[in-house]
Design a protein around this ligand. Structure first.
Ligand code: SF4
Ligand code: MG
Length: 339
């Protein structure tokens, strides 16, 4: 079976006054329907730009996109605005962290979901209204008929997130991109939304890209995980491979900043020291080297050569780090893995 989404050597650059931002610098992955890819990284890692590019949301005038993005075998890099409009919502839809940025305050929820339907089903107003109410019901909003006539501010945060999911799914897209969809929600509501997404995925057999800085979210929903740093993929594998035996020092740092995964939920987070690199001026060699406790510098390769994403002994698990694999495994087992 051909994957629904195939991304090959994708590069996204944009010009700013300060220089060229290399937001995504050569990433590749494939995603079949019914599967969820978690893309993980800090802000500025390139994870959101990747998704916006797949959605065709980049302003072509300032942005240079190379490589390939295929949806169901069709190339979408280089499509014109009209072609992108036809694809967006019908083939790919997106949900964001902040539903209020996607929902218009002056229109009722029902109207907005209907409008999203009408973009791809022009003129079918009565059907759109019916479909909006069905979708509200499907995402777990009680009294969907009444709720359809309310405005976004009359919904709680969790309900707004459900409404946005209803709007994203109204045209039955094959690929859903969720960018930090639960970050603003409390833990209970977060778990409910993630459960809902999994149910909907089973029902619609959609492919999902889950973009998050939170490995806890990834562990709940993802099948595969791509860890991004400085616009590069630095580790990729199944959720078991990346969460149970991560091999990149940056992934170790991410893991240690998730208390629930360490099994000591009360303890304070251990954030990774230092800050994400500038995408205009990446550090030489491994972009993570200024923050890496395991770097080999001064004649060593870490500050000189960009590490390639290479296979490990575990099929499907690939890592970009100069440390020898046996050393990475040893460090993880002896120093990182806790509780
Ligand atoms: Fe650290 Fe070097 Fe590996 Fe980069 S390549 S993560 S600096 S050990
Ligand atoms: Mg799933």
């Amino acid at each position: 079976d051909r994957p629904y989404l195939e991304v090959d050597d994708l590069r996204v650059q944009f010009k700013t006054e300060d220089g060229i931002v290399r937001a995504v610098d050569g990433i590749s992955f494939a995603l079949p329907r019914g599967r969820t890819l978690g893309i993980v990284g800090e802000s500025g890692s390139g994870k959101s730009v990747t998704s916006l590019t797949v959605m065709g949301l980049h302003n072509a005038a300032r942005t240079r996109i190379t490589g390939s993005i295929k949806l169901d075998g069709r190339e979408i890099v280089g499509l014109d605005d009209e072609q992108v409009r036809r694809m967006r919502g019908r083939d790919v839809a997106m949900i964001f962290q902040d539903p209020l940025s996607a929902l218009h305050p002056y229109y009722t929820i029902g109207k907005q979901i209907s409008e999203a339907y009408l973009v791809h089903h022009p003129g079918r107003k009565a059907e759109a209204r019916k479909r909006a109410i069905e979708m509200l019901d499907r995402v777990g909003i009680p009294q969907p008929k009444k709720r359809a006539d309310q405005y976004p501010h009359e919904f709680s945060g969790g309900m707004r997130q459900r409404a946005m999911i209803a709007m994203a799914l109204v045209n039955d897209p094959s690929l859903l991109i969720a960018d930090e969809p639960t970050t603003a929600l409390d833990v209970t509501v977060q778990a409910q939304i993630l459960d809902l997404l999994e149910d909907l995925q089973r029902e619609f057999n959609s492919a999902i890209i889950m973009i998050t800085h939170d490995l806890g979210v990834v562990s709940q929903v993802a099948d595969e995980v791509m860890v991004m740093y400085g616009g590069h993929a630095i580790e990729f594998g199944s959720v078991e491979q990346v969460l149970r035996s991560p091999q990149h020092p940056y992934a170790w740092g991410l893991l240690q900043s998730v208390p629930s995964l360490r099994g000591n939920a009360e303890e304070d987070l251990d954030p990774i020291p230092g800050s994400p690199p500038s995408l205009i001026n990446l550090p030489s060699g491994c972009a993570f080297h200024p923050r890496c406790a395991y770097k080999m510098v001064g004649g060593g390769p870490c500050d000189l050569e960009v590490p390639e994403l290479l296979p490990t002994a575990d099929a499907g698990h690939v890592v970009a780090c100069h440390l020898p694999e046996n050393e990475r495994r040893r460090v993880y087992e002896e120093e990182i893995k806790l509780g």
